[in-house]
Design a protein around this ligand. Structure first.
Ligand SMILES: *[C@@H]1O[C@H](CO)[C@@H](O)[C@H](O)[C@H]1NC(C)=O
Ligand SMILES: *[C@@H]1O[C@H](CO)[C@@H](O)[C@H](O)[C@H]1NC(C)=O
Ligand SMILES: *[C@@H]1O[C@H](CO)[C@@H](O)[C@H](O)[C@H]1NC(C)=O
Ligand SMILES: *[C@@H]1O[C@H](CO)[C@@H](O)[C@H](O)[C@H]1NC(C)=O
Ligand SMILES: *[C@@H]1O[C@H](CO)[C@@H](O)[C@H](O)[C@H]1NC(C)=O
Ligand SMILES: *[C@@H]1O[C@H](CO)[C@@H](O)[C@H](O)[C@H]1NC(C)=O
Length: 351
């Protein structure tokens, strides 16, 4: 038995099917789904547009019924991406982004001296929230600086100014300067800096440095502190006996390499074998027999005049007293004092 109601209803459907046209598959709408999705719909059948996760519907109907005309009504519905909260500013850092809409990902970097507390990337989720949470740029800190053995902290300074960081934490760019204890020499840079990695640059080393006792120079003497040993920065002074000249500095210092900054010696002065000559000494013409009555000191230099016989002119050649030896230039001719008619080379016009 067919119920009269059902019969009537199916008759109605037959009528509509005959009288109306079918609707086509509905137009695609970006980021929306249609249920149910079919190739065609009988008039009276209903469809529902719903926005995909991450998109919100705006400006239109979501539910449509296939009309007898078989033409779907104009659909003004739009599915627009959800927008996450503005995240374009990261204090002490920067954000790379195109938009803050689902499903975009943005990325973060911090300025030097700051580190990312959080993740480098965040995604705008279907719910319109950032995931994971937005990071912050936190200032880099270094632990209180380690003190090298046998050293003391002489200055600690923040890069910003004079304020010293007090014990606990130092910031990026802060510096600390060390001094070695007496007798200790520093190897490495005396200054360490808090780096962007939150560690300090390489620590210097302080090593005890001894120098041997300096030996007495021949024809001279050396003075140094009367101690059981001589250390880094200790000093010794040298002197020479009469007629001897110090070759090197008067004062030497024990260097960080365990040797002396110099090893001065005493050099003998020269007796002048020439009896009479005009020479140039320190830019002036002098009589050698008068100027160097007591000999020439080690290192002193004079220029002798020589003659060029062909051209009848004069030129000079140097002679230097080196540890007791003064070599007279070969071209120099000493005249007997009786040969008064001869012109001295120093009186001849220069070549
Ligand atoms: C870090 O950011 C804060 C707030 O924007 C600002 O006042 C400060 O100057 C910044 N520090 C540096 C070193 O840029
Ligand atoms: C880093 O982030 C965590 C969690 O957000 C917070 O508890 C902590 O205080 C932050 N540290 C700094 C130095 O900002
Ligand atoms: C830094 O210098 C300012 C002005 O010269 C001074 O007032 C301040 O006390 C100094 N701070 C420290 C920690 O020395
Ligand atoms: C020591 O380090 C500081 C900064 O850390 C630098 O400016 C300086 O040139 C360095 N000195 C030497 C001798 O390397
Ligand atoms: C400091 O840390 C960085 C990064 O971890 C590392 O490359 C560097 O060698 C460290 N520097 C020192 C002096 O330990
Ligand atoms: C001291 O020793 C260092 C390292 O061995 C060397 O470079 C330097 O020349 C020496 N100095 C002297 C004055 O001998």
């Amino acid at each position: 038995m067919i119920s009269p109601v059902l019969f009537l209803f199916s008759c109605f459907l037959c009528h509509v099917a005959i009288a109306g046209r079918t609707c086509p598959r509905p137009a695609d709408l970006p980021f929306a789904t249609v249920t149910p999705l079919q190739a065609f719909y009988e008039p009276g059948e209903q469809i529902v547009y719903s926005c995909q996760p991450g998109y919100a519907s705006r400006g239109g109907m979501r539910r449509f019924t296939c009309p007898l005309s078989g033409i779907w009504p104009v659909n003004t519905l739009k599915c627009i991406p959800r927008v996450c909260p503005f995240a374009g500013i990261l204090p002490n850092g920067s954000v790379r982004y195109t938009t803050f809409e689902y499903p975009n990902t943005i990325s973060f970097t911090c300025n030097s001296g700051f580190y990312l507390n959080g993740t480098k990337f965040a995604k705008c989720t279907e719910e319109g929230k950032w995931s994971p949470d937005l990071p912050v740029c936190a200032p880099v800190t270094c632990p209180s600086p380690p003190i090298p053995k046998f050293a003391v902290l002489s200055i600690s300074k923040s890069s910003a100014g004079n304020s010293s960081f007090s014990g606990d934490n130092a910031h990026y760019g802060n510096t600390a300067v060390f001094k070695c204890l007496p007798h200790y020499a520093m190897f490495g840079n005396d200054t360490i800096t808090c780096t962007e990695h939150g560690n300090w640059t390489k620590l210097p080393e302080c090593r005890e440095v001894k120098c041997p006792f300096p030996s007495r120079p021949n024809n001279g003497f050396v003075n140094y502190p009367a101690k059981e040993a001589l250390y880094y920065k200790d000093k010794a002074t040298y002197g020479c006996h009469e007629k001897y000249v110090l070759d090197g500095p008067q004062e030497v210092e024990c260097s960080k390499f365990g040797n002396w900054s110099a090893e001065p010696s005493c050099k003998a002065s020269c007796s002048v074998s020439v009896k009479k000559a005009t020479v140039i000494f320190e830019g002036e013409r002098v009589k050698i027999q008068e100027k160097f009555k007591n000999g020439m000191l080690h290192g002193q230099k004079v220029s002798f005049f020589c003659k060029n016989k062909e051209k009848k002119c004069s030129y000079t050649e140097d002679a230097q007293c080196i540890d007791g030896t003064l070599e007279i230039p070969k071209c120099f001719k000493e005249h007997s004092s009786l040969a008064f008619w001869k012109t001295d080379a120093s009186d001849v016009k220069p070549c």
